[in-house]
Design a protein around this ligand. Sequence first.
Ligand SMILES: Cc1cc2nc3c(=O)[nH]c(=O)nc-3n(C[C@H](O)[C@H](O)[C@H](O)COP(=O)(O)OP(=O)(O)OC[C@H]3O[C@@H](n4cnc5c(N)ncnc54)[C@H](O)[C@@H]3O)c2cc1C
Length: 343
Amino acid sequence: MSNVEMRPLLYNAIYYCSFLDCNIKYPQMSRVKENYPEDFLENVKKTLLTSVPLRGYSNFKIGGTADYFFEAAFNQELVDAIICVREASVPYYIIGGGYNLLFDDNGFRGLIIKNGVKGIRKKEGIPEVEAFAGASLGDLLRFCEEHGLGGLEFAAGIPGTVGGAVFGNAGAFEQSIGDFLKEALLLDAKGRQVQVGRDYFEFKYRHSFLKEKHDVLLSAVFELREEEGKTIKALIDGNLEKREKKHPPHDLPCAGSYFKNPVLSSGERVPAAYFLEKIGAKKLKVGGAAVYSGHSNFIINQENASAQDVVQLAQELKRRVKEMFDVELEEEVIFLPAGPSTP
Ligand SMILES: Cc1cc2nc3c(=O)[nH]c(=O)nc-3n(C[C@H](O)[C@H](O)[C@H](O)COP(=O)(O)OP(=O)(O)OC[C@H]3O[C@@H](n4cnc5c(N)ncnc54)[C@H](O)[C@@H]3O)c2cc1C
């Protein structure tokens, strides 16, 4: 990571991300401020990093370099950074833990903002907990166990931050984070901090309204129940044990289940792995990307895979499932394209 030469970025076309859920809009015919890093320093009081390899920020361990990178440690820093980048018309993308993301081999032509704003507190006298969006789910669960707050045990072992979990309505064992969210603080598209209730999110299976908006989650309040710490611990341990049987080991680079579980015309939601198993997914490989031998809905970076390898393997899996079952699989993992090339 270095503070090397800055190039003015010129975008000459509107470029909508064609990949589901990515939700990026690149500016039209706008010349990005040449003095953007200086602006950033003045407004956010922090230096932007440049040419940062993204592979270290995704659990897939794949990705080229981002033009700019910033990790926010405090809420005000995060807000200032987003307002500043929007004003400068520099494309940007917020990341949490990078556990559900596949970065492009060409990196990202703009600013990646990593949300490192942590902090969790119990509300006085009521079984509610408030967490900044950059807090990890693991820390949130530990906090809940220590403070006798039950409800979120289903999330034990789901890696990533509160922000990423709310964005994708992360879940397991038939429960999702949205079931417990009471209210949240967002930074909206106009740079205002707004308080919203659960209804705003329109939670569905692996979906929240954040996927359709440019709002950024700053913090969230979860409504839980009073529970003995040892009961919470027993539930967490039980869930972790069940996960260990089917999930890849923690050091295997991947981004969780690659595809969402599809809904059939009968209305039934069926595990994607059911179809993938039948098409012989576990034997498939493209370059360094392979399907995990223990679970056919996990694509792993087996050996220096490129993003192209992963995308091609996913396409082949989709093609075979469509051909054999007439079922359209949809990616759960989010691919972030690099964006328009710079002149
Ligand atoms: C081994 C493994 C197991 C997994 N198991 C599960 C599972 O059981 N259930 C499940 O649901 N998922 C699972 N996942 C996927 C992943 O853990 C979740 O999707 C998680 O919620 C991602 O959080 P993150 O902070 O890493 O988000 P990231 O991957 O960093 O980002 C994901 C998306 O969230 C957006 N985002 C992040 N923070 C914010 C914010 N503050 N405001 C607005 N948008 C934001 C990003 O822009 C991006 O579009 C698994 C992944 C792995 C690697």
